[in-house]
Design a protein around this ligand. Structure first.
Ligand code: ADP
Ligand code: MG
Length: 635
């Protein structure tokens, strides 16, 4: 009996649709890109709910002839590519003729289109890939695609959809990227009848940058403009003071196409070397313009990855352009804003402490509207860079307490209650023998006692040296502390202790981060975060987990939202506990009280702690025998 079936064209199309149309956002992207390719000057995107029930994209581009209006839904029907030679230098967004076939295979589509030269337009309705009707119809020049009931005939895919909120936000995000890639096109985006964003199409990316990155980040952007061997790089990078906890705010465009690019990402991050803290990422909106022949866009189904023929040249161009911006002349962090953006900006809700008193008094240069960042919070990194945070001292002055929100508690009670410090802990580089005994590992009765452990000291402000019988221990103090925190949080049960911040901390997450946080509000509350939505896109953090150093609030939230977006739902809780544990742990390079080191030594010596929550070892050991061998005392 034959076991191989030849799939019908219809089924094949539905499978192909899975590659191109993953979520409603993919439909928005493909339809908008078609509008861009059609030479539109104005594009309107409307969606309802999360986009699955309704997406409409209208443009004033070239429109289609009646016969093309029917053919465009066929697989491999494209007006953009004639033969394989065209593949070598693609200057359009689309080229495979797959998107409309894929979209129409899994939804109900209505197309209304008219070319300028035609007396009348055409209306086509398609359902599950079959053309149902086709009539002449009236329309000004341009095209409207309406896509309803996405995935109505592929229930499996429907199951993978997230909430309307998340899918809708992703649609808006993708629309924004298309808009940002082409500042010369005016894009209006409506969701449930409400305007999500509008770009004027005046050729300047700033209003879209503002909409995409949010006020705080947009105002701190440094302009970029550079060229290297035919690769032009323009756009914006964030000032080093504005490092972020993840890469959600890095956007790259190659010839107007939004792409992911490890090379460009590395180039930009390299430019921040030694100016951004490790673990912080720059934000950027970078436009790379180069000869279409020097970039292959046909390497990924959704076309959001590309291959450069001269990677080094592209890397260098981006690196030097960003470097010049970061280390350029000390220009004030200013950005020209269009009148529309400025209006939006002024009406935007700003947290009280951010609202600039001096904005109105600033002299405005004639002809241009200029803005300086009104809110100059000291760089977050300062705290860690210039003054190692004493985990131990409650009385230590918080270095930026005068200017920035501080918390009720300026340190983390990282140790068990009975070992909390006196106000000034006397340094004890060499603990008394009875102390060593006191904290010797407690073995279960019946087991052979392990020898007592002695703290010898610390090297490189990173590794603890200890001895236990005939074994020398080298312990990574951060990793060990991280593990200890993690275990305690895990043992604490469902509801983690929370601390109220003295001054609530404003947070401006990216749209995706915001959605992730909203979706997981319950989990975050359990973990001790109290967050409040403020205005459209701002959050106010009122409480954080008790174990977390309040100065780490925003970095922790950024890392957590990244994990929530990327990670598996069932693992979310542990992942977040890991972040809290890490952010609450003492760091390499910090001064640490010897008694705190002792606690860690005890935990490791007793075998309670072996690996950090990420699975790296916390200690390495050297036995007397190994040392004796090294010194050739024995052979
Ligand atoms: P591709 O964009 O790869 O060519 P699509 O399936 O997205 O494939 O579109 C098929 C064809 O339909 C396009 O090549 C174009 O000729 C036509 N088309 C699609 N959308 C529009 C539009 N908004 N305006 C004019 N023509 C369009
Ligand atoms: Mg297309």
């Amino acid at each position: 009996m034959a076991v191989i079936n030849i799939l019908s064209q219809h089924v094949a199309d539905m499978i192909a649709a899975g590659e191109v149309v993953e979520r409603p956002g993919s439909v928005v992207k493909e339809l908008m890109e078609n509008a861009v390719d059609a030479g539109a000057k104005n594009i309107t995107v409307e969606l309802r709910g999360g986009g699955a029930t309704f997406i409409r994209v209208q443009d004033d581009g070239c429109g289609m002839a009646p016969e093309d209006a029917g053919n465009c839904f066929l697989r491999h029907a494209t007006s953009k590519l004639k033969d394989e030679r065209g593949l070598e230098a693609i200057a359009t967004m689309g080229f495979r003729g797959e998107a409309l076939a894929a979209i129409s295979a899994v939804s109900r589509v209505e197309l209304l289109t008219r070319r300028g030269e035609d007396a009348e337009g055409t209306r086509v309705t398609v359902e599950g890939g079959d053309i149902l009707e086709m009539h002449p119809a009236a329309r000004p020049q341009g095209t409207t695609f309406t896509v309803r009931d996405l995935f109505y005939n592929t229930p499996a895919r429907l199951k993978f959809m997230k909430s309307d909120r998340a899918e809708g936000a992703w649609c808006v995000q993708l629309a924004l990227r298309v808009a940002l890639g082409r500042p010369d096109i005016s894009v209006r985006c409506l969701r449930d009848g409400k305007e999500e964003f509008f770009t004027s199409g005046d050729g300047r990316p700033d209003s879209a940058v503002y909409a995409l990155l949010g006020r705080e980040t947009a105002l701190s952007m440094l302009p970029v403009d550079g060229e290297n061997e035919g690769v032009r790089v323009t756009g914006f990078v964030s000032s080093p003071a504005m490092g972020r906890g993840n890469r959600a705010m890095q956007f790259f465009f190659v010839n107007g196409r939004s792409i992911k690019s490890p090379i460009l990402q590395a180039a930009v991050e390299q430019a921040y070397k030694n100016t951004l803290l490790v673990g912080r990422f720059p934000a950027c909106v970078l436009y790379i313009a180069l000869n279409p022949g020097a970039v292959d866009v046909n390497v990924h189904p959704t076309k959001n990855e590309v291959k450069f023929s001269a990677e080094k040249r592209v890397f260098d161009a981006a690196y030097y352009a960003a470097l010049n911006a970061v280390h350029g002349e000390n220009r004030p962090l200013e950005m020209e804003l269009s009148a529309g953006t400025k209006k939006k900006l002024e009406s935007a809700p700003a947290p009280a402490q951010e609202r600039p008193a001096q904005r109105e008094d600033r002299p405005k240069p004639a002809g241009a509207t200029r803005f300086a960042p009104a809110y100059t919070k000291p760089p977050r990194g300062e705290l860690e860079l210039h003054s190692p945070l004493p985990v131990y001292r409650r009385s230590a002055p918080a270095p930026y307490s005068a200017a920035a929100p501080t918390a009720e508690k300026s340190y983390t009670p990282a140790l068990p209650a009975e070992r909390r410090p006196e106000p000034v802990p006397p340094p004890k580089p060499d603990p008394a023998p009875e102390q060593a005994t006191l904290f010797a590992p407690r073995e279960a009765p019946g087991k052979t006692e392990k020898p007592a452990v002695r703290l010898v000291g610390e090297v490189m402000r990173t590794y603890i040296v200890a001895e236990q019988g005939d074994t020398m221990l080298l312990i990574d103090k951060h990793a060990a502390h991280e593990r200890m925190n993690f275990d305690r949080l895990k043992a604490a049960g469902r509801q983690i202790m929370s601390q109220t911040l003295l001054a609530p901390e404003p947070w401006h997450p990216s749209q995706e981060d915001l959605e992730a946080v909203r979706e997981n509000a319950e989990l975050l509350a359990e973990l001790g975060f109290e967050l409040e939505v403020f205005g459209e896109e701002e959050m106010i953090v009122r409480s954080v987990p008790d174990a977390l150093d309040p100065a780490q609030t925003i970095p922790a939230l950024e890392e957590i939202s990244e994990k929530l977006r990327r990670g598996r739902r069932d693992l979310a809780r542990d992942e977040i506990l890991q972040t809290i544990s890490c952010k609450a742990a003492i760091k390499a390079g910090w001064d640490t009280d010897p008694r705190e080191l002792q606690v860690l030594v005890d935990k490791v010596a007793s075998g309670e702690i072996k690996y950090c929550p990420h699975g790296r070892p916390v200690a390495v050991t050297l036995t007397r025998k190994e040392l004796d061998k090294q010194f050739r005392r024995i052979v």
